[in-house]
Design a protein around this ligand. Structure first.
Ligand code: UD1
Length: 315
């Protein structure tokens, strides 16, 4: 049994990681500031040690890594538009905290840090699918912050010998994604609007595309990255390798929910990327990763969860 720390473990992706680790019989500690995370997300996972704290405070980072073998650094303010509105708060959460975690992990003798990177680092580089060797081209403070922290990981591997792996996520969705803020992920917003009979908003013409990835795929990729020997010091995409337009996403969700409303179209969002699709060959090679849940199957599971969980469905 190894000892894992999941930062941001009361959040959407973090809580899925904590749940799976606990199910595998691992020892799990969670640290979360509860700014966007919720205790409720871990209510069904009793075997988790929970610490409330802000990792932008180095003392908190040092306290929570004590005795830990592997850190899964998921804590972040995960929103492009929020970072455009408030780049300083976003930088504090996405860069300062990550650096603190790396320093604390290095000093405490942590074996490996697996970092939650982002596909946004690619920006609008013209080639699709995006592979990890492409030069990054961040279009928003969020994208730049995720890239900086990813590069801090690689630097810590080269400079101090701390094992790190940065996993680039591509538009992750699934149960427990919070639809309650206008900055929430698009799938949670669309499902919540459709279930309430409100028209979802599509920014731009709706022909922008994303590699929407069901959360179980990410959990599998990240947990593989905790051990894969050749992944040390690497940046690896974890996604499905597909590409779905916002218009198609809307049509599919409307059918699954059984709604009849039409979408509203609005101005393209500042900092928005046009197309995003992952090349997942490196994940296959280094992690033995293969997507396990496809787009539509994942959407079905997510719609079912929103219906059953009776989360407050309002924006
Ligand atoms: C970006 C990153 C992703 C990261 C996420 C964190 C890219 C390609 N992806 O996601 O890796 O995890 O930030 O938040 O940069 N939209 C609507 N209506 C809405 C909300 C959104 O049309 O009500 C559109 C957006 O304009 C965008 C797409 O849906 O084109 C996806 O938006 P969102 O879910 O916020 O994620 P990204 O910004 O793509």
């Amino acid at each position: 049994m190894a000892h894992y720390l999941v930062t941001g473990g009361a959040g959407f992706i973090g809580s899925h990681l904590a749940e799976e680790l606990a199910a595998r019989g691992e020892q799990v500690r969670v640290v979360d500031s509860l700014v966007t995370g919720r205790r409720q997300n871990l209510a069904h996972v009793p075997d988790v040690e929970f610490i409330e704290g802000d990792l932008a405070d180095l003392d908190v980072a040092r306290r929570v890594v004590k005795g830990v073998d592997v850190v899964l650094h998921q804590a972040a303010i995960p929103s492009v538009p929020r970072s455009v509105l408030d780049p300083i708060a976003s930088n504090r959460a996405n860069v300062d905290a990550a650096l603190n975690v790396l320093v604390a992990a290095r000093d405490a003798g942590v074996r490996r840090v697996v970092y939650a990177g982002s596909s946004s680092a690619y920006g609008n580089t013209p080639m699709l699918p995006k592979d990890e060797s492409m030069p990054p081209s961040p279009l928003s403070p969020y994208a730049l912050q995720k890239l900086v922290s990813e590069q801090y990981c690689q630097l810590f591997t080269r400079l101090y010998g701390l094992e790190t792996v940065a996993i680039r996520y591509f538009n992750v969705f699934g149960p427990r994604q919070d639809p309650s803020s206008p900055y929430s992920g698009v799938i949670s917003l669309f499902i919540s609007a459709l279930c309430d009979g409100r028209p979802p908003t599509i920014y731009g013409d709706g022909e922008q595309t994303r590699d929407f990835t069901y959360v179980a795929n990410v959990v599998d990729g990240v947990l593989r990255a905790c051990h894969a020997p050749d992944a040390n010091g690497e940046v690896v995409n974890v996604a499905t390798g597909g590409r779905i337009s916002l218009n198609r996403l809307f049509q599919t969700l409307r059918r699954l929910v059984g709604a009849t409303v039409e979408p509203m179209y609005a101005e393209t969002r500042a900092g928005d990327v046009r197309d995003s699709q992952a090349d997942i060959r490196k994940a296959r090679r280094l992690l033995g990763y293969e997507p396990i849940v496809g787009f539509e199957e994942g959407l079905k599971k997510t719609v079912d969860w929103y219906r059953e969980s009776q989360v407050p469905l309002h924006q």
